[in-house]
Design a protein around this ligand. Structure first.
Ligand SMILES: [Zn+2]
Length: 248
């Protein structure tokens, strides 16, 4: 099994101090075929695809070679080769390229999917949809799988529920030959948030679940002596291997 970390550009936070938030997706090559975990941001985000409030708050910087298809190309894979996609949650920097996978089984956290459907249908004004894009929530795929419990997707690849940042959120635990890697995505998006002690973050839908999810990851980390990959941490980003390099 191989784990590739895909660099899909970064978001800049424009309130207070400027900060860069890298946006990661993951490709896991398994004997059962490639699995994509998250899809990064849509390349048209800043050309009006994202609503103006998000373009202002979190402008996306994405070079051509950081587009999802280009990152997959580095791994020798095309979108049409991928029949299994897991979305950690439905935010626009994670589900941005779901439209490339109309042929795929797509696993989503049920509670965040429900919340996103409500958000994108509650107003005709996209600036009122929160960080959800209607076209992404309504993307046609082969089949959605609405996840509420931890499960093993294929041998060695576990999907775990880590709610709190959003009403539902999926992380992944991958047991590679040389060790276990945990990808909690936005449930723990920087090393500082992880602590210990765990720290609050700017986006907590449910504070109790948010902190419980962080401790769930800590327990798994110690059980498997695992490495944890933080989803939006620019210092941590410098220390990890990026595609075409991989973990095995
Ligand atoms: Zn998020």
């Amino acid at each position: 099994m191989k784990l590739y970390i895909l660099n899909t550009g970064y978001l800049e936070t424009n309130f207070g101090e400027k900060n860069q938030l890298p946006v990661l997706a993951f490709l896991i090559e398994t004997e059962q075929g490639p699995i994509l975990f998250d899809t990064g941001s849509n390349p048209e985000a800043m050309n009006g695809y994202w609503p103006s409030n998000y373009r202002g708050m979190f402008p996306l910087f994405q070079m051509k070679e950081e587009r999802l298809e280009e990152q997959l190309k580095l791994c020798g894979v095309r979108p049409e080769d991928i029949h299994t996609v897991v979305l950690s949650h439905m935010h626009l920097d994670h589900s941005g390229n779901i439209a490339l996978f109309p042929h795929a089984d797509v696993y989503v956290p049920k509670e965040d999917y429900d919340f996103a459907v409500m958000n994108v249908n509650s107003s005709p004004d996209p600036t009122k949809h929160g960080p959800y894009i209607k076209a992404e929530i309504e993307a046609e795929v082969k089949q959605y799988h609405f996840i509420e419990k931890d499960f093993e997707l294929v041998p060695g690849v576990e999907v775990i529920t880590l709610p709190g940042h959003t009403p539902g959120l999926l992380g992944m635990v991958v047991h590679l030959e040389k060790g276990t890697v945990i990808m909690p995505q936005d449930s723990i998006y920087t090393k500082v948030i992880y602590g210990p002690p765990a720290r609050p973050s700017a986006l907590m839908y449910d504070k109790g679940k948010y902190f419980a999810s962080i401790e769930k990851v800590r327990e798994l980390e110690s059980r498997y002596q695992a490495d944890v990959i933080f989803s939006h941490d620019k210092d941590h980003f410098k220390t990890i291997k990026k595609a075409p390099e991989y973990y095995e």
